[in-house]
Design a protein around this ligand. Structure first.
Ligand code: AMP
Length: 301
């Protein structure tokens, strides 16, 4: 790791710290992500190596943050650590949204472009059989100049130990979590990511989280208050999920009540992303073809 000069900590993900660093040989600025491996492992387990090569492959997509290199090292206790070297991005969607809170709405064409890029990156990952499982504004990186969006924090879940909660002030957010995950479903699929994409869509328009729950139950109740309490009719199998309870009954509200500044086509796409039944949720690939994106210049994306 002598090849890099650590500059400052730029963030903390679920699994470890991220530093801005300079590659001494080239002067290039990169993001270094230090990840611990399982405590009981000696060296790098083969599953981790597979995950890393998967990550490398996924990062060929322009909307996935580029993994440039992987270096193995040791921490003070002699435990193996991996340093993932990523291209450096100057902001993330959470900061970007926050920067508009004082100044007004994010221009609709920018919302559209960011959403298209997000769908494109997610479609690429899903096309390669990889779920993200934790999409949120915090791990969507951006280049402010070019308005390019890239998905980060991908796919290494199995290479890490359990999420390191203790050193982050931020509680693991539930806001983007799909209802089937909240209800304890274990056979979830690409729909979990599309739910998150829908929540992010609404947040880009309103600059406020769509479902800001602070516990798993509160999270579900937030969802139910807008979309109606689900039942076997709208979501066959829901009452068989492990955490299913009897809930207060709400009827569905129009999405426009929560996202008033979104046009008809946008609301229609959002509704397709927020379907209760996971298999009915629109896929990322289909979402890219949705009429909402018809007037977007896609040639540069
Ligand atoms: P992550 O663990 O990937 O979600 O990253 C946590 C935080 O670290 C992000 O929200 C960013 O603020 C920062 N970060 C992660 N990757 C990069 C990168 N490639 N360039 C710049 N900042 C990053």
């Amino acid at each position: 790791m002598d090849a890099f000069e650590k500059l400052e900590k730029v963030g903390e993900g679920t699994y470890g710290k991220v530093y801005r660093a300079r590659e001494k040989a080239t002067g290039k600025i990169v993001a270094l992500k230090k990840t611990r491996l399982h405590e009981d492992e000696e060296g790098v387990p083969p599953t981790t190596l597979r995950e890393v090569s998967l990550l490398r492959m996924l990062s060929r997509d322009p909307h996935v943050v580029r993994l440039m290199d992987v270096k193995q090292g040791q921490n003070k206790e002699g435990k193996t650590v991996l340093y993932l070297v990523f291209e450096y991005m100057d902001t993330d969607l959470k900061k970007f949204i926050r920067s508009y809170r004082q100044t007004g709405d994010i221009p609709p064409n920018i919302v559209k472009s960011l959403m298209y890029q997000l769908c494109k990156g997610v479609a690429f990952c899903h096309g390669h059989g990889v779920l993200h499982r934790d999409l949120k504004p915090h791990n969507l990186l951006m280049d402010r100049k070019t308005m390019m969006l890239k998905i980060a924090d991908l796919g290494l879940a199995r290479a890490y130990t359990v999420p390191i909660k203790k050193y982050t002030h931020e509680i693991l957010t539930l806001w983007y979590r799909a209802p089937e995950v909240l209800m304890g479903g274990t056979h979830y699929s690409t729909g979990v990511d599309m739910w998150s994409v829908g929540c992010i869509f609404a947040e880009l328009v309103t600059k406020q989280a769509l479902f800001p729950g602070d516990s798993e139950l509160q999270q579900l109740l937030h969802i139910f208050r807008l979309l109606g309490t689900p039942n076997e009719k709208v979501w066959p199998g829901v009452s068989k999920l492990p955490n299913w309870h009897e809930y207060p009954q709400w009827s569905p509200q129009p999405l426009s009540s929560a996202v008033p500044n979104l046009d008809e086509k946008g609301l229609n796409l959002l509704a397709e992303m927020l379907q209760y039944e996971p298999t009915k949720r629109i896929s990322a690939k289909k979402a890219m073809e949705h009429p909402y994106f018809d007037d977007l210049d896609k040639s540069l994306l």
